[in-house]
Write a protein that binds this ligand. Structure first.
Ligand SMILES: CC(C)(COP(=O)(O)OP(=O)(O)OC[C@H]1O[C@@H](n2cnc3c(N)ncnc32)[C@H](O)[C@@H]1OP(=O)(O)O)[C@@H](O)C(=O)NCCC(=O)NCCS
Length: 181
């Protein structure tokens, strides 16, 4: 880590730019995602992902499926996406949220900035509703989602297997379109 980055990390980020992701960001997106997987706090994914797989994931995003990154002094410090929820046509307006912040940048407001920008972008491109799935123990993520207006739909008990343990998963939703049909 450079001296500049170390200084930036010691206080709230002042110089965060949130922008649409490009293919060149995919290695950083992969690295940050793999940190979340490794930490066992965020996802049922158990194994790290390769850059090639993430590139395929990135390229699968359509015009209603924004992927954003947060950049601080040239370093990608987080990313967030709205991805296909289910391929059936009836779910076209429903997108699934993912959000991951670089380990040493968590708790400094990056997630809040990313989520705010992503939801605004989602509304602009006509997303009707956003759903997400999280571990009920992920207090920071849940606080972030509640603050953004997400409603808890409920908890799936023993919903997915991670490291030989059946984990509970909380489902949440946010209606971006309000009362619009
Ligand atoms: C969850 C995550 C995306 C949140 O992003 P972040 O940048 O760390 O969060 P922020 O600093 O923007 O904090 C957002 C809110 O969470 C709350 N919060 C922050 N730290 C917290 C903590 N340790 N415990 C509980 N709530 C906390 C605060 O209410 C904060 O809002 P405020 O600062 O306006 O009061 C990020 O921590 C992360 O990448 N975690 C690992 C991957 C992950 O869990 N992804 C989500 C999968 S569902």
């Amino acid at each position: 880590m450079s001296t500049n980055q170390a200084v930036a990390l010691s206080s709230k980020p002042l110089n965060i730019a949130v922008r649409p992701a490009r293919e060149g960001d995919v290695p950083a997106i992969t690295e940050i995602y793999n940190q979340g997987i490794e930490d066992r706090i965020a996802t049922l994914e158990g194994e790290p992902h390769s850059v090639e797989e993430r590139l395929e994931w990135f390229r699968a995003h359509g015009p209603q499926e924004p992927v954003l990154v947060a950049e601080a002094d040239g370093l990608i410090v987080g990313w967030a996406s709205l991805s296909c929820y289910k391929p059936r046509r009836c779910y076209d307006g429903v997108k699934e949220l993912s959000i991951y912040v670089r380990r040493e940048w968590r708790g400094r407001g990056v997630g809040a900035r990313l989520l705010d920008a992503l939801l605004k972008r989602g509304a602009e491109v006509g997303v009707h509703k956003v759903v997400l799935y999280a571990f009920p123990s992920n207090a920071r993520a849940l606080a972030l989602y509640r603050k953004a207006g997400f409603r808890a739909v409920g908890i799936y008990r023993h919903h997915g297997l991670l490291d030989g343990q059946w984990k509970d998963i909380i489902a949440m939703e946010l209606d971006l379109a309000g009362d619009q049909p």
